[in-house]
Design a protein around this ligand. Structure first.
Ligand SMILES: O=C(O)CCC(=O)C(=O)O
Ligand SMILES: [Fe+2]
Length: 450
């Protein structure tokens, strides 16, 4: 059963505003009901010419007063609570609201989500049969040459998570859930699952005790000391050779190798994603004292979709704190509720983007207007602090960032990304060659924590 409330639609990106109306979209194509259902407000004192050439629409008035007029003949009918009119011949018409009208509208084929009126007052036909495909398939890979940037083929019409396509950037709906089955069992309480679903993240305090943290720190410190900054899995801070990140830390003997299989981490991932899981990527961000630089706002899923071919946001990250995370050492910051929307980013991805993006990201960064919409008009910024041994679980599509480390000691966190086995990678949606396996596991590795 699908249950939704009008009050939650704006946050989910299901409200489309036009000069004379606001359409609150209760059911859309991806709900697979065969129709879409809208609660629409027509502003008082307005005239709206409309012509739905691609859709049949029925309109039921529940509040207000006005009239509807056929454009061809001028024939006119009053619209008041209890009136229904159905545009069974794709009739061109004008709706006049004398007072504010509240209308329940049904569309066949169902509206997909982002549609707004075209110059005729109608909607373009966006994949009428099914809405966002399930799961979306990757576009054919484009030829890569030195001169021209590749042309991704997936557009907003056939990929709900299309980004960096050259189409307008901005905030779009996320048609998939964050918690995939509320009834799934695991180590998280119902309240924790609820909070994760609402905010896009939770902090579990002191999952690991001091001894476990000390073991992990020793392993990490040894790896940092031995790291060759020219190795592909090692990333330096922008403008220096100081180590910023080490990828693939779940491989190899030692405490870090075992961490990814910790039952609380795998259990929580299996619970929230409601399936078996495997490791998509792992990394340690050491953020050295005074030298560790910031990470700009981004969604990890946007990169994993465009550059790695992750079909849907059915993945999450467990960030394990190996030092205290304090307000002054650059803790993870999350825009609360941002995971429930999707930000299409501007630009096109250059070839081998990862060689520079891991130091400082330039593509896959949301435009300022989208950040303002999600931060200022949305849930605001939360700081995920906690003592060493705590774990942040965050949705793959949560907008997050962190500042530089102003303390003298490192802020060392290990990030383990769990992906659903039902969401394995396909060809990258951005049309480029896949990134190396230390950034994105492509092989069918065994599931964890069963
Ligand atoms: O280490 C941090 O604070 C954030 C890192 C991050 O977002 C990333 O590596 O994708
Ligand atoms: Fe990230």
């Amino acid at each position: 059963m699908i249950v939704r409330h009008l009050a939650d639609l704006a946050r989910a990106g299901r409200v489309i505003d036009a000069p004379t109306w606001s359409s609150r979209r209760l059911l859309l194509a991806h709900d697979h009901m065969g129709f879409s259902l809208h609660d629409t407000i027509i502003h008082a004192g307005t005239r709206t010419p409309m012509w739905y050439r691609n859709h049949l629409e029925a309109v039921y008035c529940v509040e207000g007063r006005g009239y509807v007029e056929l454009a061809e003949t001028g024939e006119r009918w009053d619209v008041a609570p209890g009136t229904v009119y159905a545009l069974d011949k794709h009739d061109r018409h004008v709706l006049v609201a004398e007072t504010e009208l509240r209308l329940v509208c049904v569309f066949d084929p169902p509206v997909v989500g982002p549609e707004n009126h075209d110059e005729h007052g109608g909607y373009e036909l966006l994949d009428p049969a099914s809405g966002p495909p399930a799961p979306p398939s990757a576009p054919p890979r484009a030829e890569v040459t030195d001169e021209a940037p590749p042309t991704p083929r997936a557009t907003a019409a056939d990929d709900p998570y299309a980004s960096r396509t050259g189409d307008p950037a901005g905030v779009a709906p996320r048609p998939d859930p964050s918690v995939w089955d509320r009834a799934a069992k695991g180590p998280l309480t119902a309240a924790q699952v609820e909070r994760y679903d609402r905010d896009g993240f939770i902090v579990l305090e002191r999952v690991l005790d001091e001894e476990a943290v000390a073991h992990l720190r020793r392993d990490l410190d040894a790896r940092v000391a031995a790291a060759d900054v020219s190795a592909p899995t090692v990333v330096a801070e922008p403008g220096s050779d100081i180590i910023r990140s080490i990828f693939d830390v779940h491989r190899g003997a030692g405490a870090l190798g075992l961490l990814a299989e910790h039952p609380t981490l795998t259990g929580a991932a299996r619970q929230l994603l409601a399936s078996d899981v495997y490791i998509h990527q792992s990394r340690a961000n050491v953020k050295p004292g005074l030298d560790g630089r910031e990470f700009q706002w981004h969604s990890d899923f946007e990169t994993w979709h465009v550059e790695d071919g992750m079909p849907r946001p059915r993945a999450l990250t467990a960030a394990v704190m190996l030092t205290d995370n304090t307000p002054w050492n650059g803790p993870l910051l999350v825009v609360q509720g941002s995971h429930a929307r999707y930000v299409r980013c501007p630009g096109r991805t250059p070839d081998a983007h990862y060689l520079t993006s891991l130091r400082a990201q330039r593509y896959g960064t949301p435009p300022k207007e989208a950040l303002a919409e999600l931060i200022d008009a949305g849930g605001g910024i939360a700081q995920a602090t906690g003592p060493a041994g705590s774990v942040i679980l965050f949705d793959s599509n949560a907008l997050h960032a962190s500042g530089g480390n102003l303390d003298t000691r490192p802020r060392a966190n290990v990030f383990i990304v769990y992906n659903s086995v039902e969401n394995r990678l396909v060809d990258p949606f951005g049309g480029l060659a896949p990134r190396p396996p230390f950034l994105a596991e492509r092989d069918p590795v065994p599931a964890l924590g069963r």
